[in-house]
Design a protein around this ligand. Structure first.
Ligand code: NAP
Length: 265
């Protein structure tokens, strides 16, 4: 029996923590499966993905810049992938490609408190902001505001998903950074706050930063100093990865093992 394969398709993917995280979980589950990094430039994405089932792949995670293309090439989509308009998980089954978006549920798992009573501000209007804003709206959060450097994109996203857009972040209980600010580890806290319209803003009770390029990121440093509860990007990565792996293996997955591997411990 050839080995079952999984992977993460992106460009670049060499930096990805997903192979270590998933392979640790597969070993713990006693499955002789292998999770591989798949560096795919945009012009090779669709043809390569269509060939993967024939090479023993059960599914793949999809990251920058392919989440939209993954949504488009699928034969069927889960409700979350359809509503968000992007997919981070593809499953190959019976000659068909099913697209899912586990970024949304993975974010709520990482948040680890009910979203319903929360007034939330989502920073960004790209792919991850769509997933997070949809997750919060779908979970019935009290208010979901979207702020973005390019305000028209925030307005479009908010109108698509039933959220509200703003030009200045309002007071909130939860702030989620879904921009790439902080991805460059040389960004100072002052520069990051300025870029995100937060120069005069007090951190709310909970701050989630999807960026995990450094620990701390400028935003998590700012939030921790003010005593906020901080959920970092690695926790969100673990959340989405656990949901993807659960779907592929139909098993309860060892989240602690995944967390330790993602954090290199
Ligand atoms: P994306 O689609 O490229 O969106 C990027 C967003 O960042 C846009 O809203 C953009 O604003 C904003 N932005 C970029 N540079 C900025 C600057 N200098 N000042 C203010 N805003 C700026 O990216 P994405 O896929 O949503 O990902 C965003 C971040 O989340 C990335 O760092 C990614 O690594 C991280 N992420 C983490 C996870 C996880 O599991 N932890 C999952 C997904 C993504 P404009 O519209 O004005 O250009």
């Amino acid at each position: 029996m050839p080995r079952t394969l999984l992977g993460v398709a992106g460009f670049p993917v060499a930096h990805s923590r997903s192979p270590a995280m998933h392979n640790a979980a597969l070993a713990e589950l006693g499955l002789d499966w292998l999770y591989l990094p798949l560096p795919l430039p945009a012009d090779r994405f669709a043809e390569t993905v269509r060939a993967l089932p024939g090479s023993g792949f059960r599914g793949v995670n999809v990251t920058v810049p392919h989440k939209l293309a993954a949504h488009q090439l699928a034969d069927a989509r889960t409700a979350s992938a359809a509503a968000i308009g992007a997919a981070n998980t593809l499953t190959f089954t019976d000659g068909r490609i099913l697209a899912d978006n586990t970024d949304a549920g993975g974010f709520l798992d990482a948040l680890a408190v009910p979203a319903k009573p929360l007034r939330a501000i989502v920073l960004g209007a790209g792919g991850s902001a769509r997933a997070v804003a949809w997750a919060l709206v779908d979970a019935g959060a009290r208010e979901v505001w979207v702020w973005n450097r390019t305000p028209e994109r925030a307005a479009a996203l908010a109108s698509d998903l039933g959220a509200r857009h703003c030009e200045h972040p309002p007071r909130a209980d939860l702030l989620v950074n879904c921009t790439s600010v902080g991805l460059d580890p040389s960004t100072t806290e002052e520069e990051a706050l300025e870029a995100l319209g937060l120069a005069d803003y007090e951190p709310p009770a909970i701050v989630v930063d999807l960026v995990y390029a450094s620990d701390p990121t400028p935003l998590t440093r700012w939030a921790r100093r003010a005593g906020a509860r901080v959920v970092d990007g690695l926790e969100v990565l673990v959340g989405q990865g656990a949901r993807s792996l659960e779907g592929w293996t139909a098993r309860r997955v060892p989240v602690d093992i995944m967390r330790r591997a993602a954090r290199g411990r």
